[in-house]
Write a protein that binds this ligand. Structure first.
Ligand code: CAA
Length: 392
């Protein structure tokens, strides 16, 4: 079921439409057929992730000189949306590699760090992860308990990180930890850590409601020694790096949410045309028709906010301005749209919406995480209101 989507966006170039088409074909041919199986088993889809890397989807905005596709944020959101129409788990892995890992290193890393860490991840040969959250600090990210203590020419890290996307399999991890607890936010530093560093232990894998093929785990640091060259940016800059990178990440999660919403919507339009009750297609009942209208309208509003945020990020490349507001609005609205649309999609499908025989129940389970990770809806509202009022 193809629904009218990006035709009105005249700022999209041939190149944008090309990557959108390539991602759509790949997603429908290679990912959609295996999505239910990987959701059921919870296995990490390494093979398709590697193929996505070969297609350039793991480093869309990474300049070619660092091994990426050298495209812009619009290309990224279009491709990610298509992947997520087929499977949000693949989308999560893609989004972390692109925006939380590669983007952070390109923005804050030294030449040496860029050359060492970005290429493999952008080509899908390596998996990147971003580790901010801890068991007792999620939304209040500035209150983390893990510590990195200077020792000789390096640091020794101790503590427990949680909810790390791709944690069980990541080759490289961007970790945020306290180097000077007395300075609060300004005492947090960012480190780039190789996955095989002694003292870095993969902790419990989370048994999740949705995005089950995207592996999420704790990471435990026990006297984990890293060299001074592992520092990303300067000591004490970690919180701002984490927040800056999350601004980019949130645009990705908004696109993921849009992809899930579109898949749930397309299934619903097909179903209301065909399924009959009381002598007519159920789409002719006003109660169903109004649901379809609201689903479509919210999807298109989410798309507009996402394109707006992508354009703001592209402008920021030259101006250096923040696009926090645009990113948070896109993530807030798109994720709540995904949940709204998936909820209606299940209801429209009735019993079939509740069955694993159709993907609609998976869309419903996958949609929920978009309102939680990379900043809950409540955090997005807080960010938006603070930016608008200047009040805290
Ligand atoms: N860009 C740059 N700087 C920023 C920033 C941004 N987006 N947001 C805040 N800052 C700066 C502020 O300007 C401030 O700087 P000064 O000290 O110089 O004034 C500093 O950072 C501290 O900011 P706040 O006082 O606003 O900090 P806060 O403690 O009130 O928290 C918050 C702000 C927005 C609530 C933040 O804590 C937050 O975003 N929390 C949610 C965390 C989150 O999204 N976690 C998800 C982790 S990733 C994940 O989900 C798993 C995965 O693997 C994908």
């Amino acid at each position: 079921m193809v629904t009218k989507d990006t035709q009105n966006y005249t700022f999209l170039t041939e190149e944008h439409l090309m990557i959108q088409g390539a991602a759509r074909d790949f997603a429908q041919n290679e990912i959609a057929p295996i999505a239910a199986e990987f959701d059921e088993s919870g296995e990490f889809p390494m093979q398709t992730i590697k193929k996505m890397g070969q297609m350039g989807f793991m480093g869309i905005e990474v300049p070619e000189e660092y091994g990426g596709a050298g495209m812009d944020t619009l290309a990224y959101v279009l491709a990610l949306e298509e992947i997520c129409k087929a499977d949000a788990s693949h989308g999560t892995i893609m989004s972390v590699n692109n925006s939380l890992f590669c983007h952070g290193i390109l923005k804050f890393g030294t030449e040496e760090q860029k050359h060492k860490y970005v290429g493999g991840v952008a080509r899908g040969e390596k998996i990147g992860a971003y580790s901010l959250t801890e068991p007792m600090s999620g939304s209040d990210a500035g209150t983390m308990k893990s510590r990195a203590v200077k020792n000789g020419d390096g640091y020794v890290i101790n503590g427990r990180k949680s909810w790390v996307t791709s944690g069980p399999v990541a080759d490289y991890i961007l970790v945020f930890t306290m180097t000077d607890a007395e300075r609060g936010h300004n005492g947090i530093s960012a480190f780039l850590i190789d996955g095989d560093t002694p003292g870095l232990i993969r902790g419990k894998k989370e048994p999740k409601l949705g995005i089950r093929a995207s592996a999420t785990s704790e990471l435990v640091f026990e006297d984990c020694r890293v060299p001074a060259s592992a520092l990303l940016g300067k000591e004490g800059e970690g919180f701002k790096i984490a927040m800056t990178v999350l601004d980019a990440g949130r645009i990705g999660i908004a696109s993921q949410a849009l992809g899930i919403a579109e898949a749930a919507y397309a299934a619903s339009v097909g179903y209301v045309r065909e399924r009959e009750a009381f002598g007519q297609p159920i789409g002719q009942f006003q109660g169903t028709a109004f649901k379809i209208a609201d689903m479509k309208t919210r999807i298109e509003a989410a798309r507009a906010l996402i394109h707006n945020a992508a354009l703001a990020k592209m402008r920021a490349k030259d101006s250096g301005e923040r696009y926090t507001l645009e990113a948070s609005m896109a993530k807030l609205f798109a994720s709540e749209t995904a949940m709204f649309v998936a909820h209606h999609a299940v209801q429209i499908h009735g019993g079939m919406g509740y069955s694993k025989e159709l993907p609609v129940e998976r869309y419903f389970r996958d949609a929920k995480i978009t309102e939680i990770y990379e900043g809950t809806s409540e955090i997005q509202r807080m960010v938006i209101a603070r930016m608008e009022t200047g009040l805290r």
